[in-house]
Ligand binder design. Structure first.
Ligand code: GTP
Ligand code: MG
Length: 197
């Protein structure tokens, strides 16, 4: 597992707290409670690398994990959580927006979506941020274990068609489950490739 060396590095609340912008990093975005932190844990093979919780909106900063020298995974704050106060929400939107616009190290975006609620408004916003800059993106339809095989395939096909229509082949999509580990190897290969590991 090329991501197994991952270690917690830092949590950034402000742009100036980000590590030097001279490496390679892959960002993980997704609605609150979609399963970002769980996906990070599954991909790195660590049970408690990223904090997971049953309380949505828990990850409130950009959390950096270092995989190797200058190679990072970034857990972005979950979006779409209604109870976050408006001023805090606009602070985050500004921060994330600026991050996507300016971050040279950013090599690719993983969008984690609950397979039962794919491609919501903010998911599309994140995909637009990445693809507008010419960055590749990859969608994980996670919690696939919650659906039967037939429904999984149906969801995958639908999302794949929508992505192809809008983004051509710059955005990939796959089934995923942090619970059953379905799709973990496939996703890990994408992330490791972007990090040039
Ligand atoms: P925030 O940091 O709050 O935005 O959430 P997150 O996107 O990091 O979600 P997290 O990984 O904390 O998971 C949220 C809840 O979903 C937890 O209760 C997890 O155990 C559960 N969960 C995550 N991934 C899966 C999965 O693949 N299958 C199932 N069944 N449950 C999952
Ligand atoms: Mg989280």
């Amino acid at each position: 597992n090329p991501l197994n060396g991952a270690r917690y590095l830092l949590a950034a609340h402000l742009p100036r707290q980000l590590p030097p912008d001279d490496g390679r990093e892959v960002a993980f975005a997704g609605r609150s409670n979609a399963g970002k932190s769980s996906a990070l844990n599954a991909l790195t093979g660590h049970n408690r690398l990223a904090r997971t919780s049953k309380t949505p909106g828990r990850t409130q900063q950009l959390v950096y994990f270092q995989v190797a020298d200058g190679r990072h995974l970034v857990d972005l704050p979950g979006y779409g959580y209604a109870k976050v106060p408006q001023d805090l929400r606009s602070h985050w939107l500004d921060f994330i927006n600026g991050y996507f616009r300016n971050r040279q190290s950013l090599a690719g975006l993983v969008v984690v979506m609950d397979i039962r609620h794919p491609l919501r408004e903010y998911d599309r916003q994140m995909l637009a941020y990445a693809t507008d800059r010419g960055l590749p993106a990859h969608c994980l339809l996670t919690k696939a274990d919650k659906l039967g095989r037939g429904q999984q395939s149906q969801a995958l096909l639908t999302v794949r068609r929508q992505l192809a229509a809008q983004y051509g082949d710059s955005v990939g999509v796959q089934l995923f489950s942090s619970e059953s580990k379905q799709g973990v190897d496939e996703a890990r290969a994408v992330v490791a490739g972007w990090l040039a590991l």
